[in-house]
Design a binder for this molecule. Structure first.
Ligand SMILES: Cc1cc2nc3c(=O)[nH]c(=O)nc-3n(C[C@H](O)[C@H](O)[C@H](O)COP(=O)(O)OP(=O)(O)OC[C@H]3O[C@@H](n4cnc5c(N)ncnc54)[C@H](O)[C@@H]3O)c2cc1C
Length: 565
């Protein structure tokens, strides 16, 4: 197949906070460099911001971004100093400043309010934001500075020269279900770059390809923990005036999650009665019939939440995974020709449920490294590895080191985990051992067989909703006639072994009803997929017990259309 080739200096895959911060910081450094050449204070060649290119699979910037979100503004202030200055043209779309925090432990019918807020739940000086609005604003800045953001294009596979990453092939458009060209067929482009930055968010598909290759090369070994994840399911609500003061941040632990299940809920109140409501559940749980979307519905029936949400209106829904493994799960950050930033690398503080500030900071550090490499015309692996040194010397390391064993300790449940965490706080993050080891989350699933049954809720269509109604509120759309983007390497395993051993957990863990077991008269229950429902959360790629599901990007532009999430 003939493919067009596009040559760029820096290619960034993913227009989330990490990718956009990389691009924006690069444009700032290029502009400053060029201005110094103009002023005669610097020698050398000018650098063009047009040489920076961002690929985003969403149909527009922000369409696939979903977060809580309480923003720790530390890195945004470094990137855009006037982002919160009233009246400034640089002012970011901030919903509100956080006014006060509350933390509760929930039982099914009751609650216990923490009398003292643990430091990691204190959000004084932080802002409540919608990540897709923040992403759109950052994207406009990147484009205004001369870089190009190609929306509706996904990075489908990495291009190599020897072992060096030299760019990305974008998705083919206009292929039918069987992979045959339709009349609107347009082959993907080969975008070749001096450096490729992977900013795909959690469980990136290109990142997975690259790390898989490194594992085979034995460059990732037992000195690191495997990445562990959580899934966050979220609804945006509009509630009658006076229910909750804008700027209120509520976090909860406990019900509806079991005592041994890592996670918790959040309620972030914005002006005009808008509320971000979400439940985050560790993807290292035991019960194969656990269903995060159902758990979110049950969560709302708790008296504490019912009094906030009853009589209100659910207006949006979405889901996304979160890398929770922390410092010991970070992969090599610089690989020949490529850098990993943001959630793709795993920069997330799971104790604070915050990754946006780390995504932005890691993007800025990657940009600084690339810029230095461009100046001395050295983008070798050794030159790029200075990015890892910059991370080591930055406040990213300081912050993540303090919580390096947090998620692993909490795998022991609230009581034992709480004791470990207390000890970790007293020992600067160490706890009982220097590194608490971890295993991939899907290995935690207990075998249950066909007895597995999800917790039930009687959906009333007012406070609680079935999965398809929620998916409708994610505004997800895909071209129906295209190759399936959820690759199951052996569906026999689904229909036989998985049915017997785990009761097909994919029907429960998928928050978008993509996977169903459908009765076929001749062969019993068979796996059936609804890929056009997929909200790109990647839970299936992570939690499938046999690791036979691979999520690959569908035709660019397909997927959710998140707004205000
Ligand atoms: C429910 C929930 C609540 C959260 N709450 C908070 C919070 O309160 N505060 C906080 O700081 N953090 C929070 N986080 C975490 C935070 O959202 C992430 O850490 C942050 O968004 C990571 O930014 P990123 O740019 O690395 O990745 P992302 O935000 O995931 O962006 C990645 C982008 O890359 C695109 N992409 C992916 N693959 C490809 C490809 N192959 N080709 C082209 N494009 C691609 C995606 O479409 C997406 O636009 C929360 C996360 C969740 C899910």
């Amino acid at each position: 197949m003939e493919r067009e080739r596009l040559d760029v200096g820096v290619l960034i895959v993913g227009a989330g906070p990490a990718g956009l911060a990389t691009a924006l910081r690069l444009t700032q450094l290029y502009e400053q460099h060029n201005a110094e050449i103009d002023a005669g204070t610097r020698q050398g060649e000018k650098l063009s911001t047009e040489d920076i290119c961002v690929l985003e699979k969403g149909k527009e910037i922000g369409a696939h971004l979903l977060s809580g979100a309480v923003l720790d503004p530390r890195s945004l202030r470094e990137l855009v100093p006037d982002f919160d200055k009233p009246g400034s043209p640089d002012r970011a779309p901030l919903a509100t400043e956080v006014k006060h925090d509350e933390v509760y432990y929930l039982t099914e019918k009751g609650q216990w309010k923490f009398p003292i807020l643990p430091p990691f739940f204190q959000n004084h000086g932080n802002y409540i934001v919608s990540l897709n609005r923040l992403g759109r604003w950052l994207g406009q800045k990147v484009e205004a500075a001369g870089a190009t953001v190609f929306t509706g294009f996904s990075g489908k596979e990495l291009l190599y020269e020897g072992s060096r990453v030299v760019g990305v092939r974008t998705d083919d458009k206009g292929l039918d279900r069987a992979g045959k060209p339709k009349s609107n067929h347009e082959p993907g482009y080969d975008v070749r770059a001096k450096v490729t930055v992977l900013a795909e968010g959690p469980r990136g598909s290109l990142t997975k390809q690259l790390l898989g290759k490194m594992r085979l090369d034995d460059r990732i070994n037992d000195q690191r923990n495997p990445q562990t994840y959580a899934v966050g399911v979220k609804e945006l609500w509009e509630v009658p005036a006076g229910r909750i003061e804008p700027g209120t941040v509520i976090h909860t632990a406990g019900w509806p999650l079991d005592a041994g299940h890592f996670g918790g809920g959040f309620i972030y109140a914005m002006p005009e009665g808008l509320i971000s409501l979400g439940l985050v559940a560790g993807l290292d749980y035991h019960d194969p019939a656990f269903d995060p979307q159902v758990a979110l519905q049950r969560y709302k029936t708790h008296p504490l939440l019912r009094k906030i949400f009853e009589g209100g209106k659910m207006i949006k829904y979405g889901a996304k995974t979160i890398p929770e493994g922390g410092w010991y799960s970070l992969p090599p950050l610089a690989i020949e020709g490529a850098l990993l930033v943001g959630d793709s690398a795993g920069f997330l503080n799971s104790q604070r449920l915050k990754g946006i500030h780390l995504a932005i900071k890691s993007g800025m550090l990657a940009a600084g490294t690339i810029f230095d490499g461009m100046l001395c015309n050295d983008l070798s692996e050794e030159a790029l590895s200075k990015y890892a040194q910059r991370v080591e010397q930055s406040w990213i390391r300081e912050e993540l080191w303090q919580v390096r064993n947090y998620h692993q300790a909490m795998e022991g449940g609230m009581v034992l985990g709480g004791l470990h965490v207390g000890l970790q706080m007293l020992t600067g993050g160490r706890g009982l051992y220097e590194r608490y080891t971890a295993r991939p989350g899907h290995e935690a699933l207990h075998k249950r067989g066909n007895g597995a049954a999800a917790a039930k809720v009687a959906f009333d269509g007012k406070l609680t909703f079935d999965k398809l109604t929620d998916v409708y509120h994610s505004a997800t759309k895909h071209e129906e006639d295209q190759p399936c983007h959820l690759l199951i390497s052996d569906t026999n395993i689904c229909n036989t072994r998985c049915a017997e051993e785990y009761g097909n957990p994919c029907q429960y863990f998928c928050p978008a009803a993509v996977y169903e077991m459908v009765d076929s008269k001749s062969a019993g229950k068979q796996i059936h997929l609804n890929p056009s429902n997929c909200v790109h959360c990647k839970t299936c790629d992570i939690m499938d017990p046999y690791q036979i599901i691979t999520w690959v990007p569908p035709e660019g532009g397909g997927g959710p259309s998140y707004e205000n999430l």
